[in-house]
Structure formats: C-alpha cells, structure tokens
Write a protein that binds this ligand. Structure first.
Ligand code: SAH
Length: 490
C-alpha cells in the first residue's frame, strides 16, 4: 500500500529510529512518527510521503504504551534533546541493548547466537536525570523584550525558555535566574543573532560532581577597549560587563561557585565559544576526579585521576557513567604492568591515565592540540610518567610511529567520534597485531562496520557491554574487547 500527504492513519509503534522517532507499519508501509514510543498505538498524519515510507505527525495517542511515562521535563517534545524521555527507564535500556545487538548483526554480520552469548547486560544509571555536568544555555529575548535563557527548539534557533533542564545540575536554575535578574536590572542586552548586536550570547555552566566545584562562563559579544583599557583587558582586569561586581556578588552566593569567567565571541557564527577566556572572579579552572570502580558492582574504589577543567577543555559530560565505562575498559585491556598500550582518540587523556597505572607505557593520540596539552598536564599533576601524547590524526600518527620508529603495541584502545575509525588506522592496527583491542564507541553502526574489518583481519570479539551515558536520549556507548586469534605476522 502507498500513502500520500495528509492521510490520517492508525499505527502501532514497534521500534525507535536513530533520531528517536517511533517506527510502525501500516499495510507494509513504514511510518516514522516523532514523539511516539515503542508500544503506543497512535493516530498520525502523513507529512511527507515516499514510495515505501513516510514521515508522520503525532495527532493522538489512542492506546498508550505500557512503558509510556510522564516525562520530568515539560519541554521535551519541543526541545528535541531528549527524544525518548517519555519511555520509562528500563524500557530505554532494553531499546539501547537491542540497538547494539541489531547493529552487530545487521551491519557487522555477526550471528545472533554469538552476539547473545557474549553480550553482557547494559550498565544503566542510578538516576537518569540530572546527570550532565555541563550545560550551555543560549540567551535571548522574549516577546516583551525581557532577557531569557533556555534551549534551542530542535533544529531551529528559537529559544525555549527553560532554566531548569532535567538533565543538568540542580544549581543551573539559580545561576541562570541570577544572571537574568542582573541583566534585567542593569539593562544588559542579550545578543541578537539576526543583527549581531547585544552582549550576552550564552551561559556555560560546569560542575565537578566529585569536587562540588562550579564554573560559570558568560560568552559575550565584546568588542574591546581602545588605549589604556586594552592593556588592562589583556591582563583580564577590565570590566567586560557593565556593573560586573554586581553580577559577581550574585553568582558568588551559589554553593560551590569556584570560577566566573567571560569568553569573547564576536563572530557571527553559531559556534558557541570564542577562543579568549578571562577569569573575572575566583580560579581559572575547576577540578574533578574520575574514580576507578569495581566492575562487579560498580562500587567506588579509592583510586582516581584528578582533572583540571577550563571553560574550553573537553571533559566527559556524565562523569558517573564514564567511571563505569573506563573501569570496564581497564578490565577488558587485561593489563599486568608489562604492556605497551596505545590509546587512540585520547581527548584529554582520561583513558590513557586510567591505563597508565597498570601498563609499562601508554601512548595517546589526539587531533586537538589543546586537548593534548591538557592530557600532558593531567599526567603531570597525577604523577604519571609513563604516558606520552602525540598531536595528530590517529590514521597518520599510528602508521608513522609503527613503520618509521617501530613502536609496537600489546593492547590498542580506540574511542573514536561517531564516524568510527579511518580505514588506514584499522589497517595499521591489523599490521601491529596487538594481543587485544578494546573499542569504545558512541555509534553502534560504525562500531559494527569496524569490527567486521578487524574480525576479517584475525580478531575475535570476546566481550561486549553497552553503558548508558545519556538517559532520555537515543544515544548509547559500547565497549568491546577483541582478542587476536589468527596467525601472527599476517
Ligand atoms: N577518550 C576521550 C574522548 C574521546 S572523544 C576521553 O575520554 O576524554 C573522541 C576524540 O577523538 C575527540 O577528542 C576528538 O577530538 C578526537 N579525534 C577526532 N578525529 C580524530 C582523528 N582522526 N585522530 C585522532 N583523534 C581524533
């Protein structure tokens, strides 16, 4: 059957797509229905019809799914950040576990039985809300011209006013309200994307969950001073905001406040941060600790790595689940202190430093120079001397270090972005032929694709475990351990 635009259909939702939309079939015709969850029977209107499938708008939930719940956030439908917040958490976990399993089967070509045998239960969160340690709120005006903060409505730049995102730290609300009150009182103009005028663009808030330290950074469209003011500004002593001390007085009141800064961004782009940051109160950085956990019950251990975080540094946004994920990486790596380990796509070195305590030598590779700088400083601060970091692409550095310098590997860990590993990188890994490969992935589809290449090159997947880092959303992380079982020197 083929349908057309504006047809009204009744459909039972059977699955969730990559973007979080509900998927169901009517007479063999596939419908994608945003905001419908697995198990719902809904009435929907076709908005865009293709030959075999169409996109439809949810009109009415006729029979709600047994796993449908009232989401904590009343804005979740407009915001689009949490695509599956209307599903209860156990159902979200089942969906994610299946997503990983199906990718391995469909894209990786692994047998269902084999996947089921090695796949361990997904690691869920204790609290699927308030887990994010970082939030970036755009600032704008409402219809009356008052300053407001919130989130961009899915795929647009309209601000949905919401200072209390259900995923963020509880302090965010108080901090934002204080900033908005100050802006209103002193007539500080929010930035206007259309005209490029106005001052305050975004507010970045970060909290060290282990340390309790909070950082606020106001991203401002500040054009700078001429003459004497400019010198002061270079030192960071200028008043970047009118009545700056009044703002600071308010922000200081929030428990844990450690650092207040401004970040200058005068570019007319939608990149949030600029590259110059000036601290206007407190410290330049906040610190946080990532602890190793016991992988049996994920209870805390005493060892941890301390990180210093500046407004521009990359840092994992869900620290509690990151601890579980990286503790699994450490277990899967199976180190006994004699190994040479590579950590490709290492960011600020979180995994490298976790591994260093159990390895002879760790080499980290990361393309962003600032992240490598942070990684080196993090190593030093934690007294770690057997970790070395290289700036560059994994697919360039790894072949170079192996072919030119003959550096080998007992274990290779990779944690690439969504697009997965480059072919060149996978080929070099196969040539280096480490005993084990640990693959951390945020995209089961590219993971499955890459595993196929590695398996065809002599590896066997031995362990698979998904870890939920992003409750309420469709995203899922996976960690995999592969063992070499082909012939050496192939
Ligand atoms: N393991 C890191 C995070 C990894 S996120 C941590 O725990 O902090 C993926 C990282 O890969 C990002 O830091 C990104 O900058 C980097 N990256 C992207 N493409 C790359 C490439 N081709 N080679 C090396 N690093 C790359």
């Amino acid at each position: 059957m083929e349908y057309k635009k504006n047809d009204i259909l009744t459909v039972k939702i059977e699955d969730i797509g990559n973007g979080g939309e509900g998927i169901g079939k009517v007479n063999g015709y596939t419908l994608f229905v945003k905001d419908a969850v697995i198990g719902d029977t809904v009435r929907c209107k076709v908005m865009k019809a293709k030959k075999n499938y169409g996109y439809a708008k949810l009109e009415e939930i006729i029979v709600p799914s047994a796993v449908r719940i009232k989401p904590q956030c009343q804005y979740h439908r407009q915001c689009g950040g949490c695509q599956i917040q209307a599903m209860d958490y156990p159902a979200q976990l089942i969906f994610k576990q299946n997503k990983v399993k199906n990718s391995l089967m469909r894209i990786g070509g692994f047998e269902e039985e084999a996947v089921e045998q090695i796949m361990e239960p997904i690691v869920g969160m204790e609290d699927a809300y308030h887990y994010r340690n970082k939030a970036q709120f755009p600032v704008g005006r409402d219809k009356e011209g008052n300053p407001v903060a919130g989130f961009y409505a899915g795929r647009t730049h309209d601000i949905i006013v919401n200072t209390d995102c259900a995923l963020g730290a509880e302090e965010n609300k108080e901090i934002l309200e204080n900033i908005l009150t100050y802006m209103k009182k002193y007539h500080i103009p929010p930035y206007d994307e259309k005209t490029g005028a106005g001052l305050v663009r975004h507010v970045l808030i970060r909290k060290g969950f282990a340390s309790g330290e909070i950082m606020v950074c106001l991203v401002i469209n500040y054009n700078g001073k001429k003459g004497r003011g400019a010198e002061e500004e270079e030192k960071g002593n200028a008043d970047f905001l009118p009545y700056q001390t009044e703002l600071i007085k308010e922000l200081e009141k929030t428990h844990g406040m450690t650092s207040v800064s401004v970040c200058i961004n005068t570019e007319r782009t939608n990149v949030i941060m600029g590259d110059k940051v000036y601290t206007i109160w407190g410290k330049d950085k906040i610190c946080d600790t990532i602890y190793r956990r016991n992988t049996k019950d994920f209870s805390l251990t005493g060892d941890g790595i301390v990180f210093q975080i500046s407004p521009l540094s990359f840092y994992q946004v869900n620290p509690l689940q990151t601890e579980k994920l990286y503790s699994l990486v450490l277990e899967y790596a199976g180190l006994d202190g004699k190994e040479t380990v590579w950590d490709l796509y290492c960011g600020i070195g979180t995994i490298s430093l976790f591994l260093a305590g159990r390895a002879k030598q760790v080499y980290g590779v990361e393309v962003i120079p600032q992240a490598v700088q942070d990684a080196k400083e993090n190593a030093e601060r934690n007294g770690i001397r057997n970790a070395e970091f290289f700036v560059g692409k994994a697919e360039d550095i790894l072949p170079n270090k192996y072919e030119e310098e003959g550096i080998r590997a007992d274990v290779i860990v990779v944690d690439p972005p969504r697009k997965g590993c480059d072919k060149e990188c996978l080929d070099t890994m196969l040539k280096m032929c480490p005993e084990r490969i640990v693959y951390v992935s945020c995209d089961p589809a590219t993971l499955a694709r890459d595993l196929r290449v590695l398996c065809d090159g002599g590896y066997e997947v031995r362990r698979v475990r998904a870890v939920d880092q992003f409750g309420g959303t469709v995203h899922v992380e996976v960690v995999i351990m592969m063992q070499y079982c082909g012939k050496r020197g192939k």
